[in-house]
Design a protein around this ligand. Structure first.
Ligand code: IMP
Length: 182
């Protein structure tokens, strides 16, 4: 959905506290560990939002693994997804023959992820799965198969644990609802 442009905002109530997040990330790590037995997954984190989730997730996976980072921007106007992503920072390594696990912070319309998945598939990974910390099912405009989801959340704007509004709030340990206006 479209979010208001820059204006007075403040953090609202905590939606997910850091303990709840930590426990769920451990569960996701355990599940990925089971599912990728005998493999060496290559985790691709989408900057900047997924950086903190990624750092915790890799430490919850008890397997040999590698990782890389990609940064994408949307061509849409502020706060909206156009569905077309441009690569702001590309991966260092190729994906050929790798079991790639794409690590996203949040899936809303699904447009960013859909476009990114098309891009990564062209690089011939052996497999490509998606793990997203947060999912907003109500915002979905295009179907994207998210293989591992941390939490389904309501259609509200959230910040913290890597997620920003106008580049701020990423350092909050909990995930908060953001309040707009007075
Ligand atoms: P989508 O293309 O609509 O699925 O948008 C996904 C991207 O929008 C995420 O990777 C975030 O960068 C951003 N985004 C969507 N919802 C939120 C939110 O509630 N808080 C912070 N960023 C969000």
């Amino acid at each position: 959905m479209a979010w208001p442009g820059r204006r007075n905002e403040s953090t609202g109530p905590v939606l997910l506290d850091c303990r709840t997040i930590r426990n769920r990330v451990r569960e996701l790590g355990a599940q990925i560990t089971r599912d990728y037995q005998g493999k060496t997954p290559h985790l691709v984190a989408v900057l900047k939002g997924a950086s903190i989730f990624h750092a915790d997730l890799v430490r919850a996976i008890e397997l040999p693994l590698s990782y890389d980072f990609i940064a994408v921007g949307s061509y849409g106007t502020e706060g909206t997804s156009s569905g077309e992503v441009r690569i702001l920072k590309d991966l260092e390594d190729g994906l050929e023959g790798k079991d790639v696990l794409l690590v996203e912070d949040i899936v809303d319309t699904g447009l960013t992820l859909h476009s990114l998945v098309q891009n990564l598939k062209e690089r011939n990974p052996l497999s490509l799965k998606i793990v997203a910390l947060l999912n907003k099912p109500a915002g979905r405009k295009i179907d994207v198969p998210v293989d591992y989801t941390g939490f389904d959340i309501p259609d509200a704007f959230v910040v913290g644990y890597g997620l920003d509004y106008d580049q701020r709030y990423r350092n909050l340990p909990d995930i908060h609802l953001l309040r707009f206006g007075k």
